[in-house]
Design a protein around this ligand. Structure first.
Ligand SMILES: C[S@@+](CC[C@H](N)C(=O)[O-])C[C@H]1O[C@@H](n2cnc3c(N)ncnc32)[C@H](O)[C@@H]1O
Length: 264
């Protein structure tokens, strides 16, 4: 199975799988500024009051990104009802002016034209069948002058870890970036907005716990579907790599943010 819409319930019906991946990034990212605070620094939040987060997941961004303006009306949407309720509950604990949530598909947003000052779609467009249509939909609900911020992974993301998945018959590449990586993000946003600015998070991974690699990499397709023998071989490959690295795996990390504005 690939990154299709069909496996959304399996992936995001609860937080266990996304949490296994988040653990890898949270514990082992080496960066001057962590991912979520760095994303917030890129967002043009001055003069922004109404914000839409598409594919909000559990809403971790909003409670981990650092200081935010106090006057934000935040709308959280996701295909998964579990994610929407988690995110709304989590964000209600922060001092937003208003927090709302809705189960909505990115391809058919249930909002009127020109409803929001800003829209963000973080690490979700690789799940959408037609990302260009979803970006057009996000542009539709933006007010003139409003911004869209999209984040995704580059094709070299975690290359050293994906190389280990070769024993499972998987391509040695981040499957999300293979579907909607940096090139696709730039191209689709240019088609809709004309101009797009590209920001790459300076970071790398330094992983010290083999089990965290195993749990993260087997939390999604194609490794999620591997049989028992293949998984045993994968564990061995991870152990060998850790032994060769003196108890550590150093890995590349490619995450980026693409920012555009709707013309006035
Ligand atoms: C990798 S998570 C990202 C969560 C969050 N944006 C973040 O960066 O932490 C992807 C989220 O997109 C949601 N999603 C997938 N396809 C979607 C669609 N067509 N419309 C809305 N949400 C979708 C999933 O349910 C999941 O919560």
């Amino acid at each position: 199975m690939s990154f299709s819409q069909a496996d959304n319930a399996r992936q995001y019906g609860n937080v266990s799988k996304i949490a296994a991946r988040a653990r890898l990034h949270t514990l082992y990212t080496i960066a001057e500024t962590g991912w979520f605070p760095w994303v917030r620094q890129q967002l043009p939040l001055v003069d922004t009051t109404s914000l839409l987060d598409v594919g909000c997941g559990p809403g971790w961004f909003w409670t981990s990104c650092g200081p935010l303006p106090g006057n934000l009306d935040l709308t959280l949407v996701d295909r998964s009802a579990t994610m929407v309720s988690e995110a709304v509950e989590r964000c209600a604990a922060r001092s937003f002016r208003h927090v709302g949530g809705e189960v909505t598909d990115a391809a058919r947003l249930s909002f009127a034209d020109a409803s929001f000052d800003g829209v963000i779609a973080m690490h979700m467009l690789y799940h959408v069948e037609k990302p260009l249509e979803a970006i057009r939909e996000m542009a539709r609900v933006l007010k003139p002058g409003g911004f869209l911020a999209v984040t995704t992974n580059g094709r070299g993301n975690m290359r050293e870890l994906y190389e280990l998945t070769a024993v499972l018959g998987a391509a040695p590449m981040d499957p999300s970036a293979a579907v909607f990586g940096f090139a696709e993000a730039e191209d689709t946003m240019r088609q809709v907005f004309g101009e797009v600015s590209i920001h790459k998070h300076p970071s790398r991974l330094r992983v010290t716990e083999p089990e965290d690699v195993f749990m993260a990499m087997t939390s999604y397709p194609p490794c999620e579907d591997a049989g028992e023998d293949a998984l045993k071989a994968f564990r061995q490959a991870i152990e060998v790599a850790f032994a060769q690295g003196g108890g550590v795996i150093e890995s590349s990390h490619e995450r980026g943010l693409f920012l555009a504005r709707k013309p006035l």
